[in-house]
Write a new protein. Structure first.
Ligand code: PMP
Length: 398
C-alpha cells in the first residue's frame, strides 16, 4: 500500500525546532518559534487558567459530547470579545460562532464551508503570510494567490500595492486578512487603512476572512479588534477565525472559534446548519476542556480581570524586549537603524537579516531564526537578550 509513498517536505519551522533541540550549546536560543515564553523561558500557565481548571477538577463534570458547534457559554464569550459586548450584530442574532480546534481548525472549517459555497473562488493571502494559510486553503481545494503586503524598503505595509490588488480582484474572491499582529512581519494596517480595505471589499464584492490569532498582544483586547469592528459597522458579511492559543497560553488544548457575520437571523440559522454539516463529517464536535476553561474565565468577572492583567503582562514584556533589543543593538555599535522593531506589533519581527546572516547566527552563536529573518520577540528574556543583541550586532556589522 505504501511502497510508492514519497517523503513529504519538512515543515520549515518545526524542522528548525528539531535542529535546535539537537544543538548541544548551553547558550543556544530559539527565536524561530511561534510561542510566548515568560522571562524564565517557560510557556506560562496563567493563574486565571489554573483557577478555572482547579474549579473544574473539583466539580468533576461528566464528559458527554458537546453540541456540534460547541458550548453556547463559550461561543457567546468569543462573540463579545470579537464584536464587543454591545454589538448590534450579536443582539440581532446575525453572528454564527462555532468552537474550533484552534485558529487553524477555524480556518479549515471556514475554508471547507466556503468551498461548498463558492467552489470557483480564488483565495488571496498576504505576501508574505503565515505559512499555513496557503496550505489550509489549498487543502480545502482552492487556488491560492497573494496580494502585496510587506514593503522591505519601509519595513512597513505596501498599502498602495495592497489596495491596487484588492481593487482588481474578481467578485467573490476570498481575502484572508491578519486582523492584528501580522505573522510573520509584525507590520499592521492603521485604522484608516482598514477603513479603505473595508470599502475595497464592498466595492469589489469580496469575501473578507479575518484571522485574529493574537487579540490582546498589540495594544489591548479592544484596540486590537479594530478591524473586526470596522467590518462589523460596514454591513458586509465576513468570516473571522480566532484563537486562544496565545492569549490564554493554551496552545495544546486547541481552543479557537470561527465566527461568520450574516445578513440577518434567518440567514444565520441557515449558515449554521451548513457549517454544522462540515464539522460533523470532520471531527463531529469539539473537545470540552479548553473551551470550558476559557468560558469560565471570560464569564467570571474576577477571573476575567486576572486574565486581562496577565495578558497585559505578556504584551508589556514583548514590548520591553523590542525596546531592549533595539537599545542593545545601538549600544553594541550597530550603524543600521533597527528602531522599526519597536514599531512592529505582536510576537514577531521581520528583522531584515538575510538568510546568510540567519545561517551565521545559527552556526556561530546557536541562535535559531527563520531564514526570512523572522524572529519571535517573546523568546527573548532578561538573560538571553544581551547575548542575542551581541550576536546580531556581530553578523550585522560583518
Ligand atoms: N493564524 C495565524 C496568523 C497564526 O500565526 C497562527 C498561529 N501560529 C494561527 C492562525 C493558528 O493558531 P492555532 O495555534 O490556534 O491553531
Amino acid at each position: 500500500i505504501f511502497a510508492a509513498v514519497e517523503m513529504a517536505p519538512r515543515d520549515p519551522i518545526l524542522g528548525l525546532n528539531e535542529a535546535f533541540n539537537a544543538d548541544t550549546r548551553t547558550d543556544k536560543v530559539n527565536l524561530g518559534v511561534g510561542v510566548y515564553y515568560d522571562d524564565n523561558g517557560k510557556i506560562p500557565l496563567l493563574a486565571a487558567v489554573k483557577a478555572a481548571e482547579k474549579a473544574r477538577l473539583e466539580a468533576m463534570p461528566p464528559r458527554g459530547y458537546q453540541p456540534i458547534e460547541g458550548a453556547p457559554s463559550y461561543n457567546n464569550a468569543v462573540q463579545n470579545l470579537l464584536f464587543g459586548k454591545d454589538s448590534a450584530l450579536i443582539a440581532n442574532g446575525q453572528v454564527v460562532t462555532i468552537q474550533a480546534l484552534g485558529g487553524t481548525g477555524a480556518l479549515k472549517v471556514g475554508g471547507d464551508y466556503l468551498k461548498r459555497l463558492n467552489p470557483a473562488a480564488t483565495v488571496y493571502i498576504s505576501d508574505p503570510s503565515w505559512e499555513n494559510h496557503r496550505a489550509i486553503f489549498e487543502s480545502a481545494g482552492f487556488a491560492v494567490d497573494t496580494y502585496p503586503y510587506y514593503d522591505p524598503a519601509t519595513r512597513g505595509v505596501n498599502f498602495a500595492g495592497m489596495k491596487a490588488k484588492l481593487g482588481e480582484l474578481a467578485a467573490g474572491s476570498v481575502v484572508v486578512l491578519h486582523a492584528c499582529c501580522h505573522n510573520p512581519t509584525g507590520a499592521d494596517l492603521t485604522e484608516a487603512q482598514w477603513g479603505e480595505v473595508v470599502e475595497a471589499c464592498r466595492a469589489r464584492g469580496l469575501v473578507p476572512f479575518l484571522d485574529m490569532a493574537y487579540q490582546g498582544f498589540a495594544d489591548g483586547i479592544e484596540p486590537d479588534a479594530v478591524a473586526v469592528r470596522l467590518f462589523s459597522a460596514s454591513g458586509l458579511q465576513f468570516f473571522v477565525s480566532s484563537s486562544f492559543s496565545k492569549s490564554f497560553s493554551l496552545y495544546g488544548e486547541r481552543v479557537g472559534a470561527l465566527s461568520i457575520v450574516t445578513a440577518d437571523k434567518d440567514e444565520a440559522a441557515r449558515v449554521l446548519s451548513q457549517v454544522k454539516r462540515v464539522i460533523r463529517t470532520n471531527y463531529s464536535n469539539p473537545p470540552t476542556h479548553g473551551g470550558a476553561v476559557v468560558a469560565a474565565v471570560l464569564n467570571a468577572p474576577e477571573l476575567r480581570q486576572m486574565w486581562e492583567d496577565e495578558l497585559a503582562g505578556m504584551r508589556d514584556r514583548i514590548r520591553a524586549m523590542r525596546v531592549g533589543l533595539v537599545e542593545s543593538l545601538k549600544a553594541a555599535g550597530v550603524a543600521q537603524d533597527f528602531s522599526f522593531v519597536i514599531e512592529q506589533r505582536g510576537m514577531f519581527s521581520y528583522t531584515a537579516l538575510s538568510a546568510a546572516q540567519v545561517e551565521q547566527l545559527k552556526s556561530e552563536f546557536g541562535i535559531y531564526a527563520v531564514s526570512t529573518g523572522r524572529i519571535c520577540l517573546a523568546a527573548l528574556n532578561s538573560r538571553n537578550i544581551g547575548y542575542v543583541a551581541k550576536a546580531i550586532a556581530s553578523v550585522a556589522k560583518a
